[in-house]
Design a binder for this molecule. Structure first.
Ligand code: SF4
Ligand code: SF4
Length: 416
C-alpha cells in the first residue's frame, strides 16, 4: 500500500515471474551497468527487488524503479544468464506498462514514439527535413547553441538522416523464386539505405524474391521501452498484417533488435498470432545460417575482420557464433576476436540519450578493445551498434570502417 493507503497499478500479471527470482545474484556479473557502478540498486537483482516492493504497494519504490529503467540498456544479459529462467526482458517491459498506466508518459515522447515512429509517411517527412537540417548545420550550429543537452543529442542523431531513404527509392521487382518478406526497420531505412539495398540484392542473388511492404516503419521497441503496451500491440498487428497476404514464407530483417522484438516480444504481446508470425522471423545471420543455400560471390576479401556482436543478436537470438562462422566462410577474410568480445557498445536505444556520458564510457571501452585487435574492418548486424561504433571510432581518430554483414557479403559479390 502507498502512504495514503491506496494501492496503485495492477501488478498481478508480473507476480509469478517476480517470485521466481531467487536473489542468487548470477545476473549481477553479466550486467554492463553493474559491472561499472557496483551498485546493487542499479543491478538487475536490485531492480527486481524494487519492482517487488512496487508490486506490494510502495509508491516510492515504484518511482525509483521507473527512474532506474532509464538506466538499463535492455541488453537481455540478465535474462540470458538467469539460472531460474526469470524473463527480466518481458518483466521489465510489462512493469513499464503498469507504471506508465498510472504515472503517464510525457506527451512529447508519446507523440514521437506512438505517432511518428510507426508512420512511414511522417518518418519520411522527418528524414527529408532532417537531412536538409543536417546539411545546413554542417558547421555544428545546433551543437554550438544547445551543447550536449538531450534535445541537442537527439537533433544531432536525427539530422544525419539519409535522403532518399530506402523505401522512398525502392521499386519492387517482379522476380520468381520463394518470396521472402523484408522488414527494413527505421535505422536501415533512414540512415543506411545502401545496406537495405544490399540485403535485397543478397536475397535476389540467392534466388529469392524480396517482398517489401511499403507502409512499415518501426518494430515497436521504443513503445515497449516507454510502457506503451497497447500501442506496441497495435503496431505488432499492423506488421503481421502487412506480410500476411503477400505469400511470404519467411521474414528477414537486417536489424538484430527488430528481429529479437518480433521473435520474442510479439508472442508475449499477441499470444498465438504473435507465435505463428515469430516462427518465420529471422535476422540476416539466422536466415543465412538456416536457409540452406550457399552464400553468393566468388570475390575475395583480404584482411582482418572483427565482428561486433549486438546484444540482441548474441543474448536474444543466440547467434553470435553463427555470425562469426559466416565471416570465416568468406575467402580471404581473417577473423579476429577482440578481448572481452561479449560486451555492449553502450547505445541501448533511448539509453544513450538519457545517459550520454555513461553511454560514451561504455562505447569508448568497446572501441579500445576493437582497436587493440587491429582489424582492417569491423562488421556488425545492427544499425544502432554500427552508428555507435562509428561515432566512437571517429572520436578516437580512427579511419576504420564499420559495415553491416550484408555490405560485407555483397562487397564479396562485387569484389569491392
Ligand atoms: S540470476 Fe535470476 S534468480 Fe538470480 S538474482 Fe538474477 S534474476 Fe534473480
Ligand atoms: S537488461 Fe542489461 S543493462 Fe538492463 S539490467 Fe539486464 S543486464 Fe543490466
Amino acid at each position: 500500500m502507498s502512504k495514503s493507503g491506496e494501492k496503485k497499478g495492477d501488478y498481478s500479471g508480473l507476480e509469478q515471474d517476480l517470485h521466481r527470482c531467487l536473489k542468487c545474484g548470477t545476473c549481477l556479473s553479466v550486467c554492463p551497468i553493474y559491472r561499472e557502478t557496483r551498485l546493487e540498486t542499479e543491478s538487475p537483482r536490485g531492480k527486481l527487488a524494487l519492482l517487488q516492493a512496487a508490486a506490494e504497494g510502495d509508491l516510492d519504490a515504484a518511482r525509483k524503479f521507473r527512474q532506474l529503467m532509464l538506466f538499463c540498456l535492455g541488453c537481455g544479459r540478465c535474462a540470458a544468464a538467469c539460472p531460474n529462467c526469470v524473463d527480466t526482458t518481458s518483466l521489465f517491459y510489462d512493469a513499464r506498462a503498469v507504471l506508465s498506466g498510472y504515472m503517464g508518459v510525457p506527451p512529447v515522447q508519446r507523440l514521437l514514439f506512438s505517432t511518428f515512429f510507426p508512420s512511414h509517411k511522417l518518418m519520411s517527412a522527418a528524414a527529408f527535413f532532417g537531412n536538409i537540417a543536417g546539411k545546413i548545420s554542417a558547421g555544428g550550429i545546433i551543437d554550438m547553441i544547445f551543447g550536449e543537452s538531450k534535445p541537442a543529442l537527439m537533433a544531432g542523431f536525427f539530422k544525419s538522416y539519409s535522403w532518399p531513404s530506402f523505401m522512398a527509392s525502392y521499386k519492387e521487382k517482379k522476380s520468381g523464386g520463394e518470396k521472402i518478406g523484408f522488414f527494413v526497420g527505421c535505422l536501415d531505412n533512414y540512415f543506411y539505405p545502401e545496406t537495405a539495398r544490399n540485403i535485397v540484392r543478397l536475397l535476389e542473388e540467392m534466388g529469392y524474391a524480396a517482398v517489401v511492404p511499403q507502409d512499415l516503419s518501426c518494430c515497436g521497441a521504443p513503445l515497449l521501452s516507454l510502457g506503451l503496451k497497447d500501442e506496441a500491440k497495435d503496431l505488432a498487428r499492423r506488421t503481421i498484417a502487412a506480410f500476411e497476404d503477400r505469400g511470404v514464407t519467411k521474414i528477414v530483417t537486417g536489424c538484430a533488435t527488430c528481429a529479437d522484438i518480433m521473435k520474442h516480444a510479439y508472442p508475449h504481446l499477441l499470444g498465438e498470432t504473435g507465435e505463428d508470425f515469430a516462427e518465420n522471423v529471422y535476422d540476416l545471420v539466422g536466415f543465412l545460417t538456416h536457409c540452406g543455400r550457399p552464400l553468393p560471390g566468388t570475390g575475395k576479401i583480404e584482411g582482418k575482420v572483427l565482428f561486433h556482436t549486438p546484444c540482441h543478436l548474441g543474448q536474444g537470438l543466440k547467434l553470435a557464433d553463427e555470425a562469426k562462422d559466416i565471416i570465416k566462410s568468406v575467402p580471404g577474410a581473417e577473423y579476429v576476436e577482440p578481448e572481452d568480445n561479449d560486451t555492449c557498445c553502450g547505445f541501448g536505444g533511448i539509453f544513450s540519450f538519457d545517459n550520454p556520458e555513461f553511454s560514451a564510457e561504455l562505447r569508448d571501452k568497446r572501441i579500445k578493445s576493437i582497436l587493440d585487435a587491429a582489424p582492417d574492418m569491423v562488421v556488425t548486424a545492427c544499425p544502432a551498434c554500427r552508428r555507435q561504433i562509428d561515432t566512437g571510432l571517429r572520436k578516437a581518430g580512427s579511419s576504420l570502417k564499420t559495415l553491416h554483414l550484408a555490405d560485407f557479403i555483397t562487397k564479396n559479390i562485387s569484389g569491392g
